[in-house]
Design a protein around this ligand. Structure first.
Ligand code: ATP
Ligand code: MG
Length: 434
């Protein structure tokens, strides 16, 4: 007789506790937002909706849906908001800033919104700009961040002192893993002082590598704009005898941009990701094999791929303590060229690194919509006194997740997963270098 199925773990189970969103206190202020827009706190989305016989309902933990709440923690007319952008550039940063400013102003009537200039450094130096709807009116048409950005550590206690001095009630942190780690530290300091200041993050990672979050803003723009570079090296490569085109794309720890750009292009023969282990010998062999049937080859490589082949350990770190990476694209070009020459195989190599062109561009339409909605949802969450949380997308829903969970690990390309296998299927050269 088959045993009865195990009971489903529910959102009330121990694991769910780790997904609970912290709140500054009871919400007693009626929201001015139209009632039809309200989302109750117990509306939730399953973290893992998959069901398989080997792991029946393994993770029926649910995360809170984002949206305007019926009651607020802050009285909007007395609130002061502040926005900071940190880390590297990413398309749609300005769209997020604009959405936060417009939502707080027009939906809630928040009278004062500060922008901190040049990242956390601007909180330390109290370098601010007054953000108003007229100030942000056109900023979404441009890439970059109107607030400026920076790297490098700041003393957390002094940052919180300055937030108190400026009367800030809600702080929005738009940035990558480092920024959200900094935001966790700020939120912890705020908690230890028992202050009524909420910290809400909008994760910015063009690499789309935030754990549990399906998609981050800027990613689709990156995939789209990478097409120009891939198309250019493809044309160069196939116009030459034994032409090789190499494009290096962003992706320090995770190769999602390279994988998706390769899938969309249809012209990529060889894909080198941080998740795929390879040797230069294997790459040379693959190119030589390819030349037996086709006189050109297109290679896409993620910036974090093959670092162990480049003696990256000696490069040190940036101001924020992030490991500096060796330029795998240039290494690949040089080594491939030298090895093919040694084999007396005539060839030409064209190399493009479009990273800065992509990072600094305004967003494509889908990212513009997404950034707008993330900014709106961040504003709604903050007014309800939610704190130490980020907004992110899971299964098509924008949800709230504790900041600490989102930065505890990175999302990686699953080389056995659908997308990577789809690339191998579509590439014609079913080459796995693992
Ligand atoms: P990206 O990597 O996408 O460019 P990021 O947000 O990770 O973005 P970083 O330069 O690593 O960029 O970090 C942004 C800011 O956060 C920096 O000022 C950095 O000093 C600060 N920061 C990073 N980690 C921490 C931490 N653990 N505690 C406090 N501050 C931190
Ligand atoms: Mg980072």
């Amino acid at each position: 007789m088959t045993p009865p199925p195990a009971p489903l773990p529910t959102a009330a189970s121990a694991d769910a506790g780790a997904w609970r969103i912290e709140n500054l206190g009871p919400c007693t202020v009626p929201s001015p937002v139209p009632a039809t827009m309200f989302v109750p706190d117990d509306d939730a989305v399953l973290l893992d909706p998959s069901v398989s016989p080997s792991s029946p309902n393994s993770s029926h933990v649910a995360v809170e849906k984002a949206g305007p709440r019926k009651n607020l923690f802050f009285k909007p007319a007395e609130a002061v908001a502040a926005v900071v952008t940190c880390g590297g550039l990413c398309p749609a940063l300005n769209d997020v800033v604009r959405a936060i400013v417009n939502t707080l102003t027009f939906r809630y009537g928040v009278p004062r919104i500060l922008g901190f200039r040049y990242g956390f450094e601007g909180i330390f130096s109290k370098n601010t700009v007054e953000l108003t709807p007229s100030y942000v009116r056109d900023i979404h048409r441009f890439g970059g961040t109107i607030l400026g950005t920076s790297r490098g550590p700041q003393p957390i206690g002094a940052l919180v002192d300055n937030l108190v001095e400026l009367g800030v009630s809600v702080l929005f942190t738009i940035g990558g893993d480092g920024t959200q780690r900094g935001a966790v530290a700020i939120a912890n300091e705020i908690r230890s002082r028992n202050l009524p200041i909420s910290v809400v993050g909008v994760p910015k990672t063009i690499d789309n590598d935030i754990a549990y979050v399906e998609r981050t803003f800027g990613f689709e723009t990156a995939v789209q704009l990478a097409q120009d570079a891939i198309q250019a090296v493809h044309e160069e490569a196939r116009s030459a005898r034994n032409g090789i085109g190499i494009v290096k794309l962003m992706g320090r720890e995770s190769g999602f941009i390279a994988l998706h750009a390769a899938l969309a292009s249809g012209d990529v023969n060889l894909l080198l990701l941080p998740e795929t282990k390879f040797t230069f010998d294997a790459v040379v062999n693959a190119v030589v094999e390819r030349f037996k049937t086709r006189a050109h080859c297109v290679i896409v490589v993620s910036e974090g791929a093959g670092q162990e082949l480049c003696q990256a350990a000696s490069l040190g770190t940036d101001a924020s303590g992030n490991k500096k990476f060796a330029d795998i694209g240039v290494h690949l070009k040089d080594i491939l060229g030298a090895r093919l020459s040694a084999l007396k195989i005539e060839h030409t190599i064209k190399y493009i690194d479009p990273s800065y062109t992509i990072r600094s561009a305004p967003p494509v339409a889908s990212d513009a919509i997404f950034a707008l909605q993330l900014g709106q949802m961040a504003a709604h969450a903050a007014m309800a006194g939610k704190t130490a949380m980020i907004v992110g997308m899971i299964h098509g829903y924008i949800v709230h997740a504790p900041m600490a969970r989102a930065v505890e690990s990175r999302k990686k390309v699953d080389t056995r997963g659908q997308d990577f296998q789809s690339f191998l299927d579509a590439s014609g050269m079913a080459l796995s270098l693992e």
